[in-house]
Design a protein around this ligand. Structure first.
Ligand SMILES: *Cc1c(COP(=O)(O)O)cnc(C)c1O
Length: 217
């Protein structure tokens, strides 16, 4: 299975016109395929397993910007703190404190997104609106100087009902608009990125349209 270069060019020109940033989701895909997109100019790649991201980061150029988009366990933060560009899935203050601690050790400030639960499925991780507000207000009184909350991330329900998907993205956009001092809204994947952009997304995470279907693990 090879990288779909044509799809990449098309999607990238569509996104650039709309000022939307592309995170190419390379999870489960070999470094050769990541390198192929790198050669076309892509620098932002998303992974959702810590070990896999660490391994790939060692084999690819150091100007790749690695986005961690999976569920991050506190005990694994230290493995990525020295190089991760943006952590999309922060869903607790406890995790944020650990990222702050490991970022300080690495002498960095790490950009983070709070993951919001917008889908109807119960299995997906994420905060609700009140929890987002709570974390933001806690951070006002207790600033963590080595993390920077840049925005919100969310995943819509896996459904063919586009109105439902749009409603979920619209809800996340209005929560995003209510949070002070944030500028990244990460929403939209291969199947729903156009809907997400229509709702105001400015960062999409696209895997299978670029790399083909993933093998089921
Ligand atoms: C796998 C994954 C994606 C990409 O999904 P595709 O449907 O292949 O585009 C986006 N976001 C998250 C959080 C993922 O885990």
């Amino acid at each position: 299975m090879a990288v779909n270069k044509e799809a990449y060019q098309q999607i990238q020109s569509f996104l650039q016109e709309k000022n939307v940033q592309l995170v190419a989701v390379s999870k489960t895909k070999p470094v050769e395929e990541i390198a192929a997109l790198y050669q076309l100019g892509q620098r932002d790649f998303g992974e959702n397993y810590v070990q896999e991201m660490v391994g790939k980061s060692k084999m690819l150029p150091s100007d790749v910007r690695w986005h961690f988009i999976g569920h991050l366990q506190t005990n694994k933060v230290k493995l990525i703190a020295s190089f991760v560009q943006l952590i999309h899935g922060v869903d607790s203050l406890k995790l944020l404190k650990e990222i702050n601690k490991q970022a300080a050790k690495a002498g960095r400030v790490i950009d983070c997104l709070l993951q919001v639960h917008i889908a109807t499925e119960e299995t997906k991780f994420g905060l609700d609106k009140e929890e987002v507000e709570q974390i933001m207000s806690t951070l006002k009184t207790m600033p963590l100087s080595n993390v920077n909350i840049r925005g919100l991330m969310g995943m819509a329900s896996l459904t063919a009902d586009e109105r439902q998907i749009k409603k979920e993205f619209d809800d996340l956009k209005s929560l995003f608009d209510s949070v002070e001092g944030v500028d990244i809204l990460s929403m939209g994947m291969s199947g729903d990125y156009q809907i997400a952009i229509g709702s105001g997304s400015n960062m999409v995470r696209i895997g299978s349209l670029l790399f083909g279907q993933r093998d089921k693990k």
